[in-house]
Design a binder for this molecule. Sequence first.
Ligand SMILES: *[C@@H]1O[C@H](CO)[C@@H](O)[C@H](O)[C@H]1NC(C)=O
Ligand SMILES: *[C@@H]1O[C@H](CO)[C@@H](O)[C@H](O)[C@H]1NC(C)=O
Ligand SMILES: *[C@@H]1O[C@H](CO)[C@@H](O)[C@H](O)[C@H]1NC(C)=O
Length: 204
Amino acid sequence: MNSCITFTLISLLLALNLNPSLASSRGLTDDTNASITQYSSYVKNACHVTRFQSLCIRTLWPFAIIAKNNSSIWARAGVAVTITDTKEALRRLLRTRNSAVGKRERIALSDCRELFVDSLDNLYKSLNVLRKLNADEFQRQISDLATWLSAALTDQDTCLDGFAETSVIASSSTVRMIRRKATKCMQLCSNALALANKLAYDGL
Ligand SMILES: *[C@@H]1O[C@H](CO)[C@@H](O)[C@H](O)[C@H]1NC(C)=O
Ligand SMILES: *[C@@H]1O[C@H](CO)[C@@H](O)[C@H](O)[C@H]1NC(C)=O
Ligand SMILES: *[C@@H]1O[C@H](CO)[C@@H](O)[C@H](O)[C@H]1NC(C)=O
């Protein structure tokens, strides 16, 4: 998803939502309210299958205007937002190379760097297949998608496991920040996998 388009969509929805004076006539106001309700029901309907629903709604509502009830667009949106956050987490991870942290945390951070590189690779493969979906190859494409998204999620889970034995309170601020970012990625990725499963169920 092109970020410029996303920005335009957000601006449009914000304009609809926050500027009732734009919709001065009674009829237009009714239409506007109806659309907001409609869009919010599309995103709620899509996010219903996810484990982290409020995060899903918060991150994916700008896509409602184009996705409507289309499961393939929702799955693509889910993967796209996961990629954005995973890239950001990896960027932060790469900057922690020379951080002064304990030995156990240093090992956990180093493992996370490798795991997040692999996770991002799996997420890009997922996005690529979602861009090329077609009825003839759908079964194989969906099976690849499930494999890659599960691998991406496992990578992120494994990264978080590396910190499991260090208490959050005793952690350095760097490690706390990485754990927070990795946790959000893992939740977004879990949501993306759920949206992909919904696509598998709904079909093209
Ligand atoms: C639509 O929203 C406006 C402003 O929020 C409100 O005044 C109006 O009563 C709403 N109309 C309907 C039909 O819900
Ligand atoms: C979208 O899906 C929901 C739930 O399945 C359904 O209630 C609604 O009518 C659908 N809307 C359109 C425009 O297909
Ligand atoms: C959903 O969107 C995809 C991609 O834009 C399109 O190819 C497909 O026909 C749409 N499916 C439905 C049911 O509208």
